[in-house]
Structures are given as C-alpha cells and as structure tokens.
Ligand binder design. Structure first.
Ligand SMILES: Nc1ncnc2c1ncn2[C@@H]1O[C@H](COP(=O)(O)OP(=O)(O)OP(=O)(O)O)[C@@H](O)[C@H]1O
Ligand SMILES: [Mg+2]
Length: 587
C-alpha cells in the first residue's frame, strides 16, 4: 500500500505504508522508541527505525483497515508502564492493559485503540508513611507502605527524581495518582511511578549470587540448582513438561513475587493459563497464588508487536519489586514465541535475515533480557533479586536451532527436557546427562551450611553413578547385563534407584509435589546407605541377584509420598541393615 506523498503540506505525521504490524509514517518528528498514536483510531505503536524522512513504527494492535494518509501523532514518550499498588493479582497484555478491563470494554474480541490504565485509578489504598517531615530521601528511598495483598508494597522515590528533604507526607487512603509526599525541591510524589520498559531499572551494585532459589523439585535443587538472581533455560520439545515445570516453580520456589509471562502459541494454551493460574493456591498461605503474582498473557490472536513488548513489561515489573527488597522469580513461557515475534517484525522491516530467518540481533536481545536478572543492592541499600527462567520450544525438539543455542550461551543453568523421558513417563522429564548448573561452586557453601556438610559429596556421588550407568548401558545393549561384573550390575541397580526414587517427582501428588532440602538429603542418604551395604555385601560374596531382591529397598520407593517420612525412613534403614546382615551370614 502506498500513496503519493503530499503530506508535507499537512500539519502532522501521516501514514505512508502499512505492512501488517509495521507501518511507515512521513512528516513525523520522532526519536527511536517514541510511543506514537497511529491512524484515526489512535492505535498504540512504537518507533523502531528512522530512515531519512521515513519513520517506521511497530503497532501493538491489529492494523487491518487502516489506510495511508491517516494521521500519526508522536507522544514524545518511550513505551512505559505504571508501577505501584494494584500490580499484584493483575493479568495484563504485553503493553500492560488489564485483560479484564479489555474484555469488559469489548467482549471477547480485543478491539483497537482501547486504552486502559495499568493501575486502577479509582481504588484507594491505605498509605502508611515511613518517613517524616525533614527526613532526607533520595532516588529509591522507601517513603511509605501499602498492604497490597499479603504482600507489603513499598512506595519508593522513583530512580530518576531529585532527592531532597520531605516537606510534607500524608497518611490514609489515596488513589495511585494522588500526591502523598512533597519534597522541599518542589517534587511531588504519588504512589505510582512510570518506567520505560526497555531500560533496566538502576541498582547500586550487582552481586555474585550465593543462595539457591529453592524450588522443592529434587532434580533442580538437588542436581542442577539455580541461584537467587540467576538465569535458567528449560528447552523442551512439544508436550515435554515446560509449562508444568514453570508452574511448579511459580508455586513452590522461595521467591516472594512471581511474574509469569505466557506467550501461547496455540489459542487454547493461553486459555489454560488464564483459567488455571487464578485457581492455583499458594501453598505457603493457602490463598490464591495470584496474590503475589503478576501475569502477562499473550494470546495467539494478539499482534506480534505486543508479544515482543511483553517480555520487557514483565522484567520491568520484576525489577520494580526487586527494588523493594524482594526476591522475584520471572518465568517466560516460551521465549521462542518472543523470538518468533522479533523474526516477524524483522522480516517486515526487510532486514537482512540471520540464521533461520531470525534477525542478526537475536543474540543481543536475548542477552539484554537475561542480563536484567541478578542479585542486587538496590538504590535504598536493600538486597533484592530477580531470577529469570525461560522456557524454549525448539521446533522438533532440535536443540541446535538458534534460539536454544543463543540462550545456552547466556544462561547459567540448563534444564534439558527430553521427549524420550516424557514418553517413558519419567517426570520431570529433565535429562540428567545434558543438563547443568554453573552455580554449583557459588552455592557449595550454602548447601554445606544449610543442608549438610555431606550434601555436596552426596550430589557428586549421585552424578557419578548416573554417568557410569550411561556408559554401562551402552555395554549392556551390546552384550546384555549378565556379561557385566557383579559390582557393575549393582551400579546399574543403584542408578535406577537414584532415577526412580530421587529424580522422578510427581507434580500432581499432594506430598511429592514439593520436597524440601532436608527430605532430599535424607532420601539421597538412604540410597547411598543402601549402596554402601550392597557393595560391601558383594565383596563378602553375596550375589547381585540376592542384593537386588532386598525387600526394604522397595519401600524406599514410597518414601516420597509420605509426609511424616522420618520414622518411615528410620525403619527402612534398620530393615536394610538387618536384611544385609542376614544375607552376609548366610553366604
Ligand atoms: N513434573 C511432572 N509431573 C507429572 N506430570 C508431568 C510433569 N511434567 C509434565 N507432566 C505431564 O506432561 C504433560 C505435558 O506437560 P506440559 O504441558 O508442561 O508440556 P509443554 O512442554 O509445556 O508442552 P507444549 O510444548 O505443548 O507447551 C502434562 O500435562 C503432564 O501430564
Ligand atoms: Mg507449554
């Protein structure tokens, strides 16, 4: 679509070309990333390229029906979101429009040109000041608190505002726009602040993460832990468990705030998130998980540009809660959908395509996103963290594709889902041979102190057994297990126990869904105890067949489903010793 450019006579910007989500305007005075209103309906868009006198804009709404010649107005502001009380429990689209409000305004179809504020304007919040007149505040200082849900929302001086002495401060019920605090330099502060989503919020310093994000998932905490403030990727083929794992993390990880970005591919997948998520119960409080969650939902009928923005909207919200001193975990399911949005916009821009049609800047965008994770000292001196966990859905489960490969180079933890395991119904279907965590060394001391001085050794032992098993399995496939020496037959059995007892975990079982480190340690120690008894018995002449049929071992299988596991485990270990003693005295 193209018109003769006679816009020079017109007063403002005019549309010249429309190519799906990407439109070109002329006669528009603009900077990169300015937010603009496009067409008669005022659709929201963002400047993404400036070429001589042409301004290229990605539009966050459906552009069908808009025509060349329609006006374009520059707001002169970058794409920003609203931060303040009212974020928690919200479900937003990629540009922070509350879905509930959108649906009320226009039914099931998302109409265009609808603007809805991110934070409710009419709701009053009880503001409790924590500074008083005469106190000095600076960017990031906490001036008051609001009990938002069961989470205390800290109201802060925005990062870019000049600090000063508090001239007046109020207490009581206010909307997010009403002024609650004025400074002697004339600055007036409401509870709400705005922040441009593409710019990381400033911190005093980033620190090396040394504390794990405990997730209650044994293969994660036990073998491949992520640190608080760390980054992890969960790549996996279709149906292998990305979403279940992300939801388990949302529910159980010991982060105080959860930001969940759902980029659904299939229409019904997002519907699942939209209906299921609000139903999830927070195991810590018994209240809805939404009370400490912000959900960003991209349905497949939403324009790609909004999906592109959603990741930035999400991470900005996460940083905002981090700035209050909270541990935040951000889940993006799946980042492949985000990368595809970039690819589509890039192809509309007729940019030179890189690998598999993705733009050349794919790697840079991915790393800018993951780099916003971290354990930090905030501007107000508190300690806060954002942990980022991105799912990746490689087409056909092929990890060599660009999104998986570029993500791998950036993240420190890799939880590789495996279709073969999920077909065998080994859940979580995380492959213990391909996965890794680069935090092990940094977290070593924490496990040493908080779990047991034995834990790190036990973990290495389990990994060795699993690796040994993989080698032995190759031999078994060639010559059968009978050909293996006795000790190696035992190794295969012990590896099976590690897999089935420790690694397999049922997300849908009331008890097994969460397993704290104390129980993880006790379970692994019991397996090790069996292994020690088994190898000793074998050296004393007991046959592998007899060892493998030790009955008490089978009861270990059930321990994960038992809440009061300590007495049960004590009994099993005592029985094991008795059984082995009997075997040895008989041989
Ligand atoms: N930890 C688990 N415990 C029990 N079952 C699981 C677990 N993880 C995955 N599953 C099973 O695998 C199914 C598919 O998982 P999920 O929907 O998370 O896959 P996905 O990788 O997100 O798929 P898609 O590519 O379609 O988004 C689940 O419905 C569930 O039956
Ligand atoms: Mg999924």
């Amino acid at each position: 679509m193209e018109v003769k450019d006679n816009s020079k006579q017109a007063s403002g910007g005019k549309l010249k070309r429309i190519a799906g989500p990407v439109v070109t305007a002329v006669n528009l005075d603009a900077h990169m990333y300015d937010l603009v209103q496009v067409g008669n309906e005022g659709l929201m868009g963002e400047v993404i390229k400036i070429q001589r006198d042409e301004v290229i804009i990605q539009v966050y709404e459906d552009t069908s029906g808009i025509r060349p010649g329609e006006p374009v107005i520059n707001t002169g502001l970058p794409l920003s979101i609203e931060l303040g009380p009212g974020l928690l429990t919200s479900i937003y689209d990629g540009i922070q429009r509350p879905l509930e409000v959108l649906v009320q305004k226009m039914g099931d179809f998302i109409e265009r040109g609808v603007s809805a504020p991110g934070l409710p304007r009419d709701k009053k919040w009880e503001f409790k000041p924590i500074v008083k007149e005469g106190d000095t505040v600076k960017p990031g200082s906490i001036i008051g608190e609001v009990q938002e849900t069961n989470i205390v929302h800290k109201v802060m001086v925005p990062p870019k505002v000049n600090g000063g002495k508090v001239k007046s401060i109020k207490s009581g019920l206010f909307t997010v726009e009403e002024i609650v605090c004025t400074l002697d330099n004339g600055v007036e502060l409401p509870m709400m602040q705005k922040w441009p989503v593409r710019v990381p919020r400033p911190v005093t310093e980033k620190m090396n993460p040394t504390i794990p994000l405990i997730t209650g998932q044994r293969i994660l905490d036990g073998l491949f832990p992520i640190a608080k403030g760390g980054t992890a990727a969960i790549p996996g083929p279709f149906g292998s468990g990305k979403t279940v794992t992300q939801q388990q993390l949302a529910k159980w990880s010991d982060a105080e705030i959860v930001v969940y970005i759902g980029c659904g591919e299939r229409g019904n997948e997002m519907t699942e998130v939209l209906t299921e998520f609000p139903e999830l119960e927070d195991p810590k409080t018994g209240k809805p998980l939404m009370e400490r969650t912000v959900l960003i939902a991209n349905t497949s009928n939403m324009p790609v540009a909004a999906r592109e923005a959603s990741v930035y909207t999400g991470i900005t919200i996460a940083e905002y809660f981090r700035d209050m001193g909270y541990d935040v975990s951000l889940m993006a399911d799946s980042t492949s959908r985000w990368a595809e949005a970039m690819r589509e916009i890039s192809s509309r821009l007729e940019e030179m395509p890189g690998e598999e049609g993705y733009p050349a800047y794919l790697a840079a965008r991915l790393s800018e996103f993951y780099e916003r994770a971290g354990l930090v000292h905030t501007l107000n001196g508190a300690r806060g963290s954002v942990s980022v966990i991105g799912a990746v859905s490689p087409p056909g489960g092929d990890f060599s594709e660009p999104v998986t490969q570029n993500t791998l180079r950036i993240v420190k933890v890799f939880w590789a889902l495996d279709a073969k395991l999920s077909q065998r119904r080994h859940f979580p279907a995380i492959n213990w041979l391909n996965s890794y965590s680069l935090y092990l060394e940094q977290l070593h001391d924490w496990y040493d102190k908080e779990v047991s001085p034995e834990w790190n050794k036990l973990r290495s032992w389990a990994m060795e057994v699993l690796q040994k098993e993989a080698e032995l399995q190759e031999i078994v496939q060639l010559v059968g297990s009978d050909a293996l020496p006795d000790a190696e037959q035992l190794t295969i059995e012990i590896a099976r126990m590690i897999r089935e007892i420790f690694l397999q975990q049922n997300a849908y079982d009331k008890v097994d869904t969460f397993c704290d480190m104390t129980k993880q340690y006790a379970m692994m120690k019991a397996i090790r105890h069996f292994a020690d008894l088994a190898y000793a018995a074998q050296l004393a002449g007991v046959s592998p067949l007899q060892i493998i049929s030790v009955k008490s071992k089978n009861e270990l299988q059930q321990i994960k489903f038992i809440e009061e596991y300590i007495p049960a485990l004590q009994k099993i270990e005592a029985d094991m010793e008795n059984e082995f003693n009997a075997l040895r005295s008989a041989s």
